[in-house]
Design a protein around this ligand. Structure first.
Ligand code: GLP
Length: 271
């Protein structure tokens, strides 16, 4: 794992977008795993800007989202399908037929979960999986006690998660669905590369546990420690509780793979 600390939230999102853009340029038919949440909005803004300015082509890109609420139709503004169409898909030259979000309205959720796993397999697996982290320590909606080998399935949301996501439901946690369909931790770990983005002081404590604490099903994000190709990009607020900061900074400043991205911290802005 590598942890890259950027001075602020804009630069953390910018670096994340640049990495995604670099992977898509290197492999135009990239299979890209996507995440939702407020943190990702800046990343999708940057990707849309880059595409509009001619610097990126999504026409052959295929996407798989991590999760979807159960019982919310795709056209409802609270669904993750709506979120993705709004924040990214409608703003770039992607073929909507190549975009996948679990169907939270499926009558048979087990069959839908199995179908989703099959689609990922048929696409050849996920090349790059983008991840956020919830305050309950989840990746996707893998709430505490998620098996580290779990696959796409239905999961009940914790009160912490429903409170955290209440902002998108008029501030009322009771309006947040109680259940979601989510890729499992095992599904996520099979992606060839993981890229987790976390920003803000509210994430500092859980982020430190996930990155520097023991691997535990209580904090599904800690499972990223098992992955051989995982990058964590954070801003200085989210980094506040990390112990090995100097080492992480040294990696970013010295390792050759980060060379093309270092200019960012000295003021460059285009992904
Ligand atoms: C939801 C998603 C998670 C995401 C989290 C972070 O819970 N299911 O995949 O990591 O939001 O949300 P935010 O970026 O709003 O903090």
């Amino acid at each position: 794992m590598e942890v890259i600390i950027q001075p602020n939230v804009e630069q953390a999102a910018e670096l994340t977008a640049r990495l995604i853009a670099a992977r898509l340029r290197a492999k135009p038919d990239l299979v890209l795993g996507l995440a939702t949440g407020r943190t990702m909005e800046r990343v999708y803004d940057r990707l849309a800007d880059t595409q509009r300015s001619g610097g990126l082509d999504f026409s052959r890109c295929r996407t798989f989202n991590l999760d979807e609420y159960i019982g919310i139709p795709a056209e409802d503004e609270h669904s993750y399908r709506y979120y993705m169409n709004h924040h990214l898909f409608s703003r770039v030259n992607i073929d909507l037929a190549n975009t996948h979000v679990p169907d939270g309205m499926a009558t048979n959720l087990r069959a839908e979960a199995a179908r989703y796993e099959r689609l990922i397999r048929e696409a050849g697996g996920i090349d790059l999986q983008l991840l956020g982290i919830g305050e309950a320590g989840h990746i996707g909606f893998n709430e505490p006690l998620s098996a580290l080998m779990s696959r796409t399935r239905e999961k009940a949301l914790t009160p912490v998660t429903r409170q955290q996501n209440a902002g998108m439901f008029g501030g009322d946690p009771d309006k947040v669905p109680k259940r979601a369909l989510t890729m499992g931790v095992g599904t996520i770990l099979e992606a060839r590369e993981l890229l987790l983005l976390a920003t803000g002081a509210a994430k500092a404590s859980i982020l430190a546990k996930a990155v520097e604490g023991p691997i535990t099903g209580m904090i599904s994000a800690s499972a990223i420690q098992l992955h051989p190709n995982c990058k964590v990009i954070i801003d200085s607020e989210a980094a506040r509780k990390l112990k090995e900061r100097d080492y992480y900074d040294w990696i970013f400043q010295n390792e050759p793979e980060w060379q093309q991205f270092r200019a960012l911290t000295s003021g460059s802005t285009s992904p």
